[in-house]
Structure formats: structure tokens, C-alpha cells
Design a protein around this ligand. Structure first.
Ligand code: COI
Length: 356
């Protein structure tokens, strides 16, 4: 490649009227990025096009065997009106890690950045400015071979779409109750758990429905072998504050997503003087720490929700309330500081924010 052609829409859509009512992921901007891959030719025909349906063979292998991965990041408007991205190269590094796990050819990170910046600039007016809103960026790739045999595809499409968003959860920042899942698992050692594979999210749906039917917002996933160690919460990484120390499951099992928000929170915690550690965390230890009064806070982290406070955990017939059911001090401080940095309202001592 890498010539990028741009076809601007001649029918711009109306932007959301009331930004305070923006939900998550239902509205899309005027343009999208499409790049094709053909074996022997590499990535080619990079185009920004008006947002719209894409032609697809019913036999496209992604529809049958889920050879597909995605990313999620956000663009923010700073108080000075600048457009900011948060650690975008880390997203593309993880994207290529996901691609490797799925036998999808890697994308050149410099090209991914340049084309993303071009797209965001084109739809810059879509970045909402109401508190807590941003432009969610969804890069994704999928196998397009018209072939229903099981094999690695020879052709792919890489795309980026943009969506102005508010809070990920309907209840915003309100702490949520979590169901610790004993039966279903999200991923196992040796599988695709560390990749942002579309299939991982499909695998999570059934347990999520069970949790919801029992009145819980999300599932807390345990390891797939022993159902003993904590892995993730819903589609997020999880943190516990125990006896003044922050802990999160270590990534060595290979079944946990290497969250960029997860890493940012660990570094922020250390910066704030709170020790942050990665280790295996037995779920029994969490319930015990609750009994002894040592469990102080629990929260999930991800790009979409940023930081999501947990008020209750239900496991095997027992329920514990965390921090009296309200958001803890560190959780609040972590949310405020991280979003402050992301929106360019607070100084960024880590060099995470990229002005574009
Ligand atoms: C995130 O927390 O950013 C996620 O991965 C959620 C996304 C699948 C909507």
C-alpha cells in the first residue's frame, strides 16, 4: 500500500441532538475505513467511504468459522477543543496479537495510525463534548474467502467505524452486582482468551443471560480448568483492593485480555502510592477477605466503561456486599484521574495521550 483514497459522503447524516442521552454503540458517523487483503498481494485498496452496508458473500468464512478480531478505543475533545486519542498504538499492537492468534495477517501499525487519524479528522465534528461522552473507535478485521471448508482464509477486510457514545452501562457509574460463574467459562489456557476475538464475546453471551435472569449485571469468570481463580468480569478486567493493596489476575494463563485500561490503572495506582500487583487470585480468598473486613473495593476496567464499580458478588449460594454497596474512594479517584487524563483536563505524566 498504502495510498488511502477518500470518498466523502454527499448525504451527511444529522448528528445526535441531545448528547446527554447518548447510549453506547447505536449511532455511527458519516464515514468508515475499508482495506482489503489478498494473499500474495498484501493489504491493498485502502479507502475511506461513506458509512453504509458492505457487500458480503453468504459463504464468507467469517460467517461460518468466526475468524475475526476487533479493537476498541476512543477519541476525546479536550477543553481547548483538541482531539485526543489514548494509547492508540497499544490498541494496534494488541490487534496484531489477536490477529496472530487467529492466523490473520498483521496490519502495519503506522498505516493503521495514519488511516485512523485521517478518518477521525474527517468525522471530527461527531466527537461529542457533553460530560462522559466520546467517540468510540471500532477497528475490526474478518475473513472474506467465499469458502465453507475449514481453513485459514486467503482474503480479509479490515475496517474502522466510529460511534459517538455516552456511558456503556444504562445505569452509568452506579455500582453493579456480579454473578460468579461456576459452570460456563469464557476461555481456557491455550485458547483465544488473550485475543480480542469476536468468538470470545459469543462464548460469553449465554452465561451473561443466566446472570441477568438472576438479577446480576455481569458475570465474573473463573479459570476454565479448576473454576477456582478469578479471570475477568463481563468484558472487562477486574481489580480488588485488599488490605490497602490493589490486585488483579496475572496474565500468565493466556486466557485473560491484556487490557490497556488495566495497565493504565496499575500504573496510576503506583503513581498515587498504592501498591498494585498481578497474581493468581482464588475466588475463595475474596469471600474470606470480605468476612475479615479486608476486602475494600472491587471494580472492572475496560475502554468502554473505563472503571465500573462492583457492589455485590454472588458465588455458590453466598453473597457479599462490597464497601457497603457504594463506589470506593480509590475506584472513584482512579475513574476521575484516568478520565481527566483522557479528556486532557489533567496533566498526563505517562505520555499516554496523543493529540491529533
Ligand atoms: C471494553 O470494555 O472496552 C470492551 O471490551 C467492551 C466492548 C466489547 C464493547
Amino acid at each position: 500500500m498504502k495510498k488511502l483514497t477518500i470518498q466523502k459522503t454527499d448525504r451527511p447524516k444529522g448528528k445526535p441532538q441531545d448528547q446527554s442521552k447518548l447510549g453506547f454503540g447505536t449511532i455511527f458517523t458519516d464515514h468508515m475505513l475499508c482495506v482489503d487483503y489478498t494473499e500474495g498481494k498484501g493489504w491493498h485498496d485502502a479507502q475511506i467511504l461513506p458509512y453504509g452496508p458492505i457487500p458480503m458473500e453468504p459463504s464468507a468464512s467469517v460467517l461460518h468459522y468466526a475468524q475475526s478480531a476487533f479493537e476498541g478505543l476512543k477519541a476525546y475533545k479536550s477543553p481547548k477543543g483538541e482531539t485526543l486519542l489514548f494509547r492508540p498504538r497499544d490498541n494496534f499492537a494488541r490487534f496484531n496479537h489477536s490477529c496472530e492468534g487467529l492466523c490473520i495477517p498483521a496490519i502495519d501499525v503506522d498505516f493503521a495510525m495514519e488511516s485512523l487519524i485521517e478518518l477521525v479528522h474527517l468525522d471530527e465534528d461527531w466527537i461529542p463534548t457533553a460530560p462522559g461522552t466520546s467517540l468510540y473507535i471500532r477497528p475490526f478485521v474478518f475473513a472474506t474467502d467465499a469458502y465453507v471448508g475449514v481453513r485459514v482464509s486467503h482474503t480479509y477486510k479490515y475496517m474502522v467505524i466510529l460511534s459517538p457514545v455516552g456511558a456503556y452501562y444504562a445505569k452509568g457509574l452506579e455500582p453493579v452486582g456480579i454473578y460468579v460463574e461456576n459452570q460456563y467459562v469464557r476461555a481456557v489456557r491455550g485458547g483465544l482468551g488473550s485475543a480480542k476475538a469476536a468468538a470470545n464475546y459469543a462464548a460469553s453471551l449465554r452465561a451473561g443471560e443466566v446472570a441477568k435472569s438472576k438479577g446480576y449485571a455481569q458475570v465474573l469468570w473463573l479459570d476454565g480448568v479448576e473454576r477456582k481463580y478469578v479471570e475477568e468480569v463481563g468484558s472487562m478486567n477486574i481489580f480488588f483492593k485488599i488490605k490497602g493493596e490493589l490486585v488483579t489476575p496475572s496474565l500468565e494463563s493466556g486466557s485473560i485480555l491484556k487490557g490497556i485500561t488495566r495497565d493504565s490503572i496499575m500504573r496510576l495506582a503506583e503513581h498515587m502510592g498504592l501498591k498494585a500487583r498481578e497474581r493468581r487470585i482464588p475466588i475463595a480468598e475474596i469471600f474470606e477477605a470480605s468476612q475479615t473486613g479486608d476486602l475494600e473495593e472491587v471494580f472492572g476496567t475496560g475502554t468502554a466503561a473505563v472503571v465500573s464499580s462492583v457492589s455485590e458478588l454472588y458465588w455458590d449460594g453466598r453473597s457479599i456486599t462490597v464497601n457497603g454497596g457504594v463506589m470506593g474512594d480509590f475506584t472513584k479517584k482512579a475513574y476521575d484521574t484516568l478520565t481527566g487524563i483522557q479528556y486532557g483536563q489533567l496533566e498526563d505524566p505517562f505520555g499516554w495521550v496523543m493529540k491529533i
